[in-house]
Design a protein around this ligand. Sequence first.
Ligand SMILES: O=C(O)Cc1cc(O)ccc1O
Ligand SMILES: [Fe+2]
Length: 433
Amino acid sequence: MSPTRYLHGFGNEFESEALPGALPMGQNSPQRCPYGLYAEQLSGSAFTAPSHLNKRSWLYRIRPSVLHVRNPKDIEHSHWKTAPCRDGEAPLGQLRWGASEIPDDAGSFIEGMRTIVTAGDCSLRVGLAAHLYLAGQSMHDEYFYNADGELLIVPQFGDLRIFTEFGLIECSPGEICVVPRGVKFRVELSAGPSRGYVCENYGAPFTLPYRGVIGANGLANPRDFFSPTAAFEDKEKPCRLSVKWGGRFYRCDLDHSPLDVVAWHGNYAPYKYDLRKFCPVGAVLFDHPDPSIFTVLTSPSDESGVGNVDFAIFPPRWQVAEHTFRPPWYHLNIMSEFMGLIYGRYDAKPSGFEPGGMSLHNAMLPHGPDAEAFEQASEADLGPVKIDDALAFMFESRLPLYPTSFAMSLGTLHQDYAECWSDLRRNFTGNGP
Ligand SMILES: O=C(O)Cc1cc(O)ccc1O
Ligand SMILES: [Fe+2]
C-alpha cells in the first residue's frame, strides 16, 4: 500500500484531483464539468466574511449533495448531547475521571460518542462540547456529517482512517484531525477498538494563535498541517448518511456513497497535525509561564484575545527555570479547563491522572498540583530536567463547562478527587501577630 499523500500548509488555497483533468481550470462553474461531474460550493464562512476569515471549497462530484441529504428520518443518539444541556447534576467542585474501557459491543466512531461536558449554545454558534469516543466497529457503508460544528479529534488509543469528501486522513495517538463543519466522512478503525477525545466546536473555526513577540516561527508551524489529496468512492450500493443538525440526529438511506468528490480546490478542508511537531517556547530563566504558550489552535470569540475554545498541549520539554516551583501554580481561572492525557504522566498530578482519563476544572474553581507533586517539586534539584514521553492536552473555554448526567454517572468518576490536596500541610513558619 502506498503511503497516504497530503497537501502541506494551514488553510492554504489547495487543489487536488483524483483523475487527471477533473478540476476545471480558470473558473469554478463551467457549463459542463470534466467527466460529467457536478460543481458544488461548500461555504464555511459567510460569502461576505473578510478575506482572511473567508473559507470555502469547490467540490467536483459524481452527484450533488442534494441527492445525499434526502428524506431525512429522525434517529436517536442517546449519548451525544448538545449545548445548552443541563441534564447532569454536578456538585460544585473539581472533577476527574479514570480511563473508560471500550465495551465489547462498542459501535462505530459516531455511535461510540459520549458527551462529557457542554458549554454555550450550538444555535448561537457559541461554545463547545467535549466528548469521549469508545469505538469498536469500522464504518463501511455508513457516513456522517455535522452541521453543528467542526470536530477536533484527539485519538488516545487505536489508529483511525478518516475517509472524507476531500480524501483520506490517517490519524494515530499523538496526532489530531479536524473535520470542518459540513464535511461528510466515515471512520475505519485500522488497529481495532479505539478510544479518544473530541472537541465539537460550535464557534469560529480553529485557527493558529497569533504568536506576538515570539515572532514568525515556533509553536505549531503552518507547514506541519496536512490536508488530504482527492480520493473518491464510486460505490453504487445501499449506504446510510447520518446528519447532526441543531442537536438532533437524522438518517438518510442512499443507494450510493456520498464520498464521491473526484476533485476539489479551496481553503476549507479537513487537516491533521502531529502534536510531536509542536515547537514549544518556555521559561528559560525563572517562573512558570501561563499555559497559553502551548496553544496549538484557537477558536476565537467576539471578545478580543479570548478563546471560545483554545486547544493547548503539555508536550515533552526541558525544564530549566531557576529557584522556581516548576509545576503549575495553584490557581483560579475565569476560563474553564477540560483536560485529557494521551500518554505518560502529567507533572501536576503524577499518580491520579491516567492516560485516557479526564479532568474538569471549571471557571473559578481552585486547583493545582496534588500534595505529592507539591512535595516533590518543593524539594527537587533544579538542574535541567526533561519532561519526556508525556502528552496531555486541554480544551480551555471562556464559558462554563457543564458535565452531562452520563459523565456524572460514569463508574470512572473519582469520588475522592479533592482528597489529592488534603495532605497539603500548613508550612507557615511565621509568628502570629
Ligand atoms: O490546571 C492545569 O493543570 C492546566 C494548567 C497548566 C499550567 O502549566 C498552568 C495553568 C494551568 O491551568
Ligand atoms: Fe488550570
